[in-house]
Structures are given as C-alpha cells and as structure tokens.
Ligand binder design. Sequence first.
Ligand code: C2E
Ligand code: CA
Ligand code: CA
Ligand code: CA
Length: 279
Amino acid sequence: AKAKLRGSVSLYEPEMDRQIRDRRVLHQDLSAAIKNGELSLHYQPQANGCSRVGSEDFVGFEALARWFHPTRGFVPPSDFIPLAEESGLIVEMGEWILREACQEAASWSKPLQIAVNLSPAQFLNSDLVSAVHGILLETGLKPSRLELEITEGVLIEDFDRGLSLLRRLTGLGVRISMDDFGSGYSSLTYLQAFPFDKIKIDRAFVMNLGHNPQSAAIVRAVIGLGHGLGVSIVAEGVETQQQLDFLVAEGCDAVQGYFIGKPAPIEQYARLVGLSGPR
Ligand code: C2E
Ligand code: CA
Ligand code: CA
Ligand code: CA
C-alpha cells in the first residue's frame, strides 16, 4: 500500500522481496558449499613492527575465509559469515576453517603463528573447547602457535560464560586475541578481566592516522594501555609507510595490512612459511 502512495518507494518492496529470496537461495547454497569444496582460506601475514618490514620479520598469518560460489563467483565474508551465523551453519563451517588452518600451519617448516577468527555464535553455542582440543590433537599443531581472534561483543553477552570459556581455551595452551579493538563497546574492564595475549587495533583508527589527530591519540593510548597490561599490540589495515612509521615509533609490536602483504592463497607465501614444493 505504501508503494502506491509514494512513488519514490515503489521500487522498494520488490527489491526487499528479491533480497529475501536471494538470501534464502544463498543460504541453501552455503550449506552445500563446505561439502562441494567451495570454501577456501586466504592467509595474510603479520610482521614484527619495524620501519622496513622484510620477510624475516613475518611472525604469523591470519586465516581469512573465502567463498567462491559456482555461479555468483566470489562472495565476501562480510556477506556469508553473518548468514552462517544466523542459521547455525557457522559451527560446522567454523570447525572446517579451524581444522583447515591448523592443518595448513602444521605443514609449514617454520613455526609461525596462525590466527583464526571465531564468530560470536561459534564462541557461545558450540562445544568449542573440545573442538579446538580435538583439532589440535588431530593436526599435531603446537597449541601455542594457534591464536583465536574474538571480538569484544561476544563477551558482553555473558561475562561469566565468556571468562570460563577463555580460561579453558588458554588452558589448552592457545593464545587469545581481541579483534577490532575500539570498534564496538570497548570496555577496559574486559581487558583487565579476560586473559588476552594480544589486542588488534581496529583498521578504522589506523586508516585515519595522519588525517585525524584523535585517531593518533587513540592508537597511542591503546599501545600504552596494552603494554601496561602486558598484552602485545597488533595494528590492522596498515596501508602506507607513514602509518607504519607512526606505529613503529609508538612501539606497536606487530603490523598487518596491505602494505605488509595482502590476503592470498598460501602458495603465494610458500617460501616464507617454508612449504616444500608445489601442492
Ligand atoms: P577481520 O577479522 O577484521 O579481518 C581483517 C579484514 O581486513 C579482512 O577482510 C582483510 O582482508 C582486510 N584487510 C587486511 N588488511 C587490509 C588493509 O590494509 N586495508 C584494507 N582496506 N583491508 C584490509 P576480509 O577477508 O574481507 O574479512 C572481513 C571480515 O570477515 C573479517 O574481519 C572477519 O570479521 C570476517 N571473517 C573472515 N574470515 C572469517 C572466518 O574464517 N571466520 C569468521 N568467524 N569470520 C571471518
Ligand atoms: Ca580478525
Ligand atoms: Ca580485525
Ligand atoms: Ca572486522
């Protein structure tokens, strides 16, 4: 009815319908994606903070999920991860991602870190600890090489449960990173209460270094805060030499971003991780 009254809205309803139908189809496709081998992982390097980053400074990689749909082509994780979350598929998918990343890292001849993202639903609804434990045993990856990245949002839902989960995970010997720090409801309480090994400064602050004095102040303060708490600091989304210089001068421990290296299939970093021969 609204569409008739206001001409400018007339395109809106069919568009909504299309989006809903689209989502339903995409959702069906997503459940087939794992079985059909359409999911893969890209790897983005993290390096020690220094003004001229070379391959010798690479300390680890973050695994990032990719979905190549047979007809739509590339679907970005910002589209399919939320979809997988809503439907509960994320538990199965998340386990696949974790296993794949651990298997990959276990095959490297260099003992670099491997970071894997955990989504809120995965963190709160599955038997995560035993899954992580099982995958570590299965792949033989040394627990201290695995870093699990979580966003602070998941801890807000249920403080006690979050704390007990993180303690059990660190009990396995894995590392915990707080992802996207500063982007959500950051509370300093969380930094104090939860056993984080790393804080990843959100890309939004790094992006604005150089244009926005507030961002510089925030980045500087987060580095100081992290160090005061004995937590190491990683800056995300480093795209320029100027950003890198600022971060290094401020004592940022590690950096990640296009300036260091783009997410890519591991073959592109074969020499760096010590992969033997083509696969
Ligand atoms: P994130 O965990 O914050 O991952 C970093 C994102 O920033 C990645 O986007 C990466 O490609 C992008 N990025 C890295 N360096 C730069 C840079 O210098 N400039 C810019 N502009 N972007 C940069 P991507 O791969 O599209 O992933 C987006 C988000 O999707 C991730 O954000 C994460 O929240 C989620 N995601 C990706 N893979 C997984 C996964 O396996 N599991 C879960 N639960 N979430 C995932
Ligand atoms: Ca991440
Ligand atoms: Ca992030
Ligand atoms: Ca993010």
